[in-house]
Design a protein around this ligand. Sequence first.
Ligand SMILES: Nc1ncnc2c1ncn2[C@@H]1O[C@H](COP(=O)(O)OP(=O)(O)OP(=O)(O)O)[C@@H](O)[C@H]1O
Length: 297
Amino acid sequence: MLELDNVTKTYRGGRRAVDGLTLRLGTGLLGLLGPNGAGKSTLMRIAATVTRPTSGTVRYRGVDAVAHPDPLRRVLGYLPQEFGAYPNLSAREFLSYLAAIRGMPARTARARIEELLELVNLADAGRRPLGGYSGGMLRRVGIAQALLADPRVLIVDEPTVGLDPEERIRFRSLLGDLAADRTVVLSTHIVSDVESVAADLAVVVRGRLVHRGSPETLRQRAAGRVWQVTAAPQEAAALQRRFPVSRVVHTGDGVRMRLVADGPPHRDARPCAPDLEDAYLALVRDAAARPGEGERR
Ligand SMILES: Nc1ncnc2c1ncn2[C@@H]1O[C@H](COP(=O)(O)OP(=O)(O)OP(=O)(O)O)[C@@H](O)[C@H]1O
């Protein structure tokens, strides 16, 4: 059990990236959603013990992970958002190097590295220097290094950036499998990254937790507020300025949109059942408009 309690992080210069946030993590996959700049990476770095909170506590199995990070670090796999690798090493060499630092016996490491390269689809490229890898390939090396020591707590920050659609699906299902018996946190600003795999979602806006619960409870928050409208281009542009819009399709009849509004936004508006994308958009807009809301939760 990893517990972040009332965590705040204020960077030098006064920027408060995380603001009194409490998050308790058990077995399973938590999807951490939030727009760019919401504070997800800062929160992930705090949970991964590479950034110290300005205030608040982080506990792993009851032990203060700020004062005593080692018990958490021993069981942690972390894929940071900016994952730099060593351009002259091959993927195999890089992973062997990390395994040696972790004190893994060479034979165990060799077997594990082959297994992981297979898993992330890099078995063939594993002898080439990382300097020649594409962004997506480097991301996959990052995923492999996070899984090296079979971590009990796995924290992955925007892991699908640079992956092609097939790799995304593959990676999501891998995380889903891993979460069966460990804690996995996946941070992203892309709803579809978490939609099919996370039964538990946390939404962060401006450093505050504005929702925690199942995708269903998030969807319910937008019930009665999602509308489909087909309008002429000029009218559509005006609607887009006034309301959060989750989809736009240009058709022969005009512009078909899904948008979020408290009442019918247009004479031809038809109510729709909210999907996760609509509900997330509505929540982010509401929370951004009412910056004090997170504090009252
Ligand atoms: N080292 C730092 N020094 C100063 N400000 C920082 C630092 N790191 C992040 N910030 C600021 O803190 C805020 C939250 O950033 P953070 O990277 O945690 O958000 P995020 O949700 O992960 O966004 P993104 O997905 O765009 O990285 C942003 O305004 C960012 O500019």
